[in-house]
Design a binder for this molecule. Structure first.
Ligand code: DGY
Length: 431
């Protein structure tokens, strides 16, 4: 099925450009962006990285500022939190009083996909001048510290993978890949809580209560461990090698390596080279021979999830896989394009856990499409790269700058006026 068959009655590209800029400007709460003013009223890690790409199209200073503000939340050991709670806002749960990380500024205790090095390289390559050079040189050690943190605290198998201890850390919060592993999480002692997300959004878009209880139990587990990340990675009841974060970190390590070499960070470059080659072989741990796809794997049981999600297509972006593995991945794209009106659903229609409107169980995210299409274009899969970009643009024309999109109807799902969707339009889909 082709996206072109949908009747597009939306605004023109020019109007969308203006609307996208306006969203970013309105979601600026003072040097940092919120993903959405109601549902996510603080600074989120990977959202901000993508937002910088959007800002770079019309306000370069503000793009740099987004990254600089993000790193103001970095901990001394290099950890970069998922959320920085710059200002109080009772409209979000769990807030800083639940996380209790004891940091200034106040932050959550888990991280998010480390895409910032890739964005840093892009910003630099788009605008090479003395001022940008200063900014890159300042950020390289901070981003490097983050990558070293991932190697120290999220790669217990020492294979160059990312083993996550909380679904929220993956950015793909409610993906079915976490379902089995999360059953190990005891929810019997979860402190009673009141959700805020379902006050802003229709329940059908958000995780079920059972999943939410587990998310909160995992937050309480980290809090009770005093956010000691060594203890958490050794003892968490939830430890899953995430195909998404692994592929994103592999690419980010390569991008940071390019910058480190260019700017004379020799020791850092050496470390990054080792990490890249470790991951290039390590990713085989994620290959599922039966499914012929890269899938997340439960590290406690050793079992592959066997779930082909949109993250399974990031091997092109990470430039990994044998010729046969790449051909098999492409065959999956072809198969999914036949059952989904738009690409790339977070889970393909027809799969057991598919849910067209629910968080990460079907809907399409513009940032994931951007990464998949970038990888496809780099690997010579231009037809898929073009289709994924056209579909993303079509979805934005149909539904506006939604958090995500129903892959069958094109309807928006999640929050509206979403920063990273606007940023992706400006940087990529609206071109
Ligand atoms: C949520 O859904 O509240 C998570 O914090 C997203 O990162």
């Amino acid at each position: 099925m082709e996206a072109e068959k949908i009747e597009l009655q939306g605004p023109t590209n020019k109007a969308l450009h203006e609307a996208a800029e306006k969203i970013l400007i309105e979601n600026d709460l003072g040097g940092y962006s919120v993903p959405n003013r109601d549902v996510y009223p603080f600074q989120w890690n990977w959202d901000s990285a993508f937002v910088a790409l959007g800002y770079a199209q019309f306000n370069l200073d503000r793009a740099w500022q987004e990254l600089e503000t993000l790193f103001k939340g970095q901990w001394d050991d290099g950890f970069l939190p998922q959320i920085i709670f710059w200002k109080d806002n009772a409209g979000y749960f769990p807030g800083p009083e639940i996380w209790q990380t004891n940091q200034q500024p106040r932050t959550s205790g888990i991280s998010q996909p480390p895409v910032v090095a890739t964005i840093l390289r892009q910003l630099w390559e788009q605008n090479q001048n003395a001022e940008a050079e200063e900014k890159v040189k300042q950020l390289i050690p901070q981003v490097f510290a983050l990558h070293r943190w991932f190697a120290s605290f999220r790669d217990p198998l020492k294979k160059g993978l990312v083993v996550t201890t909380h679904p929220w850390e993956t950015g793909r919060d409610n993906a079915p890949e976490w379902d089995e592993a999360a059953k190990r999480v005891d929810t019997s002692n979860v402190t009673p809580y009141v959700r805020q997300d379902t006050k802003h959004l229709d329940k059908k878009m958000r995780p079920h209560k059972e999943d939410y209880d587990r998310f909160i139990a995992m937050v309480e587990f980290g809090r009770d461990a005093g956010w000691d990340h060594k203890k958490i990675i050794e003892e968490s009841p939830f430890r899953v090698a995430d195909v998404g974060m692994t592929m994103m970190l592999l690419r980010a390590n390569r991008d940071l390596l390019v910058l480190a070499e260019q700017f004379g960070f020799e020791g850092e470059a050496e470390f990054l080279k080792n990490q890249v080659s470790l991951s290039e072989t390590g990713v085989d741990y994620l290959w599922n021979e039966e499914k012929q796809a890269f899938c997340s794997r439960d590290v406690i049981s050793g079992e592959s999830t066997g779930i082909i999600s949109s993250a399974s297509f990031l091997n092109f972006y990470a430039d990994v896989g044998t010729a046969a593995q790449r051909a098999a991945t492409e065959a999956h794209i072809d198969r999914i394009a036949k059952v989904s009106q738009f690409l790339m659903p977070s889970l393909a229609p027809g799969e057991k856990q598919f849910d067209a409107m629910r968080y990460w169980r079907g809907p399409i995210w513009a940032v994931v499409n951007f990464m998949i299409a970038t990888g496809c274009a780099e690997q010579g899969l231009e037809t898929w790269a073009d289709k994924i970009r056209n579909d993303t643009a079509a979805l934005i024309k149909i539904a506006g700058f939604s958090e995500a999109f129903n892959p069958e109807s094109g309807e928006g799902t999640g929050g509206t006026d979403f920063s990273w969707t606007a940023a992706m339009w400006l940087h990529w889909a609206g071109k």
